[in-house]
Design a protein around this ligand. Structure first.
Ligand code: NIG
Ligand code: FE
Length: 414
């Protein structure tokens, strides 16, 4: 069934060039079309134009935007949505002065989530994750990457990835999966990190690949977690099994993760709260997408990534939520865009490009997602009439989203 949206006040994120990422200065431009219509069919965007040329399409569903703005859905290229329960006790510990690393060293953090996940059934995990999925769908996300990494045993990692597969089969939005066995060293391997890495490479990756449960492989390459040598080994084994690399790099310190990612053609290097000139330089001329997760810096109270330095150096940058129980318990991409503007001095247009086309590129999916382009998946949301583009990050708590359309289907009125 086709869907015709009429009376769109402003159609945002129009791209006729078919580019797969937007870099440097060009990030400051978002193309728009005033007083527009858009037609979707077979889940894809078929055509759009201005209302004076609005087609009559028989038998299609009609949606009146009533002068509201139509935006391409957010692409959230970094989340850990499948987790059990929550970790607000650690939130209190942080308020009382402990750092993220101190909490992790005491056996809290990721290991705490792994214990809880172990005791939670697949059905219950799915139920909890779907609540979070419903939340992000209502907030404008249309394509989401979800990582494992709270299992840390073969069985529990597979359990998470099977839950992700079930979400993919049942949720209205599009889902991609990442195997993150090297998120922390599993409890059974305490003090035997190299053996755990062997287990990840020799047992876990082959099992994940055998069931076809993931597109990507990730490693937490950071101080106190995994080294650059271990990271390189894991992503190279992943590549042999067809998994493309995405790396957690430079959250706690300059870890070498950026350089390893670039050298191995990783799709993205994510976090980047700690970045020197050498790391920015390493990213120049590479296809690896630097991805920033300002919700994490906000929640942990650490410094934000140097977005301006990267954009001014001509890089493309992406934004994602990092939705997880320990460092970013929110998948609100609009808030991520607001933080990028308020805290990292990205203009609203730059932040929007980073959260759509470039975050789709961070998943290798920008041919199909991330802009209003004929032939791309028809994922978009419609807001109330807005005074300007900047209003979206400016009025960061105002619920402006009115309608959500995913794969060309009208899925929600808010
Ligand atoms: O991206 N940094 C590593 N992983 C997550 C946090 C995991 C957790 O604390 O539960 C992140 O911030
Ligand atoms: Fe993360």
């Amino acid at each position: 069934m086709s869907l015709l949206v009429k009376n769109i006040g402003t159609l945002v994120g129009v791209d006729e060039s078919g580019r797969e990422r937007v870099e440097g200065r060009a990030m400051a431009e978002v193309a728009t079309l005033e007083n527009a219509w858009l037609l979707a069919d077979g889940g894809r965007i078929v055509d759009y134009g201005t209302m004076d040329s609005c087609p009559e399409v028989e038998g299609c569903e009609l949606l009146d935007a009533r002068g509201g703005w139509l935006f391409p859905s957010f692409c959230d290229s970094h989340t850990h949505i499948v987790y059990a329960g929550s970790r607000e006790q650690e939130f209190l510990d942080k308020i009382n002065g402990l750092s993220y690393e101190e909490i992790a060293k005491r056996g809290g953090g990721i290991l705490n989530s792994a214990d809880r996940l172990h005791d939670t059934s697949e059905d219950e995990l799915y139920r909890q994750a779907m609540e979070r999925i419903d939340e992000i769908v209502a907030m404008g996300t249309g394509l989401v990457e979800i990582k494992s990494g709270y299992g840390l045993t073969l069985e529990d990692e597979l359990k998470i990835l099977r839950v992700i597969r079930r979400i993919r089969e049942t949720a209205p939005l599009d889902v991609r999966a990442t195997f993150l066995g090297a998120h922390a060293v599993g409890r059974a391997y305490k003090g035997r990190q190299e053996e755990y890495v062997d287990h990840v490479c020799l047992d876990m990756i082959p099992a994940v690949a055998k069931e076809g449960l993931a597109e990507y492989v990730d490693v937490f390459c950071d101080r106190g977690f995994f080294t650059t040598e271990q990271t390189e080994r894991i992503i190279r084994v992943g590549a042999e099994y067809g998994l493309r690399a995405k790396i957690h790099a430079n959250e706690l310190a300059i870890s070498g993760g950026v350089e390893v990612g670039v050298a191995n053609g990783a799709l993205s290097v994510d976090h980047l709260e700690s970045m020197g000139d050498e790391q920015v330089e390493a990213l120049r001329g590479s296809r690896t997408m630097p991805t920033m997760l300002p919700g994490c810096a906000f929640f942990l109270g650490i410094g934000y990534p140097p977005a301006r330095k990267m954009i001014d150096a001509g890089l493309a940058v992406a934004l994602a939520s990092d939705f997880n129980p320990g460092t970013a318990p929110s998948g609100n991409m609009r808030f991520v865009v607001s933080l990028a503007s308020i805290k990292m001095k990205m203009t609203p247009a730059e932040a929007l490009n980073a959260a759509t086309l470039n975050s789709a590129a961070a998943m290798g999916e920008s041919k199909d997602y991330g802009s209003i382009t004929r032939g791309k998946v028809a994922n978009f949301y419609i807001t109330k009439p807005l005074p300007s583009l900047a209003y979206l990050p400016y009025a960061h708590q105002t619920p402006v989203i009115r309608e959500v359309v995913l794969r060309g289907k009208h899925v929600k009125t808010l």
